[in-house]
Design a protein around this ligand. Structure first.
Ligand code: VGL
Ligand code: ZN
Length: 198
């Protein structure tokens, strides 16, 4: 079977009680675990920022979380400090069935560039290596679930579709941050790229 499940950023900081909690973020964990059992290939992504990362509002004097700023590569939402390398918040949700993962892809480790997508950093050119991994393993069909629908899931799904993969996003197994209409915009953008939403 040439299908892979990609589980995006199911980490403590994106779950209730975490630094960048996504409403209902932990509600999807048991459904994702059930889905993991149905795939031969499971890939996890992990948001993995150094302290002082440029996507953190705390790294920009006078800026607050959720404000948008201009970076060298374009507009960037500024976030609360989250998913700091090695921290408890960066760990996967403790109930997530991580032992089935063939690959864990970490992203956001470049101090100067954020990385929502599992394929490219937010400059849209620096690759993470995931495309090559999938190609060399002959994996063409991708299912995506996780957090957050309107940021890391959406950008990962759009990039995968741009790269020619067949992509389905299981919306029931995703949860959104939904900043000023970002969920509706993400759904439109995914549809526009040919991502299947179920
Ligand atoms: C994410 C904001 C910042 C995500 C990661 O996983 O959707 N969102 N870093
Ligand atoms: Zn992040």
């Amino acid at each position: 079977m040439s299908k892979a499940l990609i589980v995006i950023d199911v980490q403590n900081d994106f779950c209730p009680g975490g630094a960048l909690a996504v409403p209902g973020g932990d509600d999807i964990v048991s459904g994702i675990n059930d889905l993991i059992d149905q795939f031969d290939t499971v890939i996890l992504t992990q948001d993995w920022h150094p302290a002082g990362h440029s996507s953190f509002a705390s790294s920009h004097a006078g800026k607050s979380p959720y404000e948008v700023t201009e970076m060298a590569y374009g507009p960037q939402v500024l976030w609360p400090d989250h998913c700091i390398q090695g921290s408890e918040g960066a760990q996967f949700h403790p109930a997530l069935k991580t032992h089935r993962a063939d690959l864990i892809i970490r992203k956001g480790y470049n101090p100067a560039i954020d990385s929502y997508s599992a394929f490219f950093e937010n400059d849209q050119t620096t690759p993470t290596g995931l495309e090559g991994y999938l190609h060399t393993r002959g994996l063409k069909d991708l299912a995506m679930v996780g957090l957050a629908t309107d940021f890391c899931v959406s950008f990962s799904a759009q990039d995968a579709a741009k790269l020619g993969f067949d992509v389905t996003v299981r919306q029931d197994l995703c949860r959104a941050i939904d900043l000023e209409g970002s969920l509706a915009a993400a759904v439109d953008a995914m549809k526009g790229r040919g991502v299947q939403l179920s």
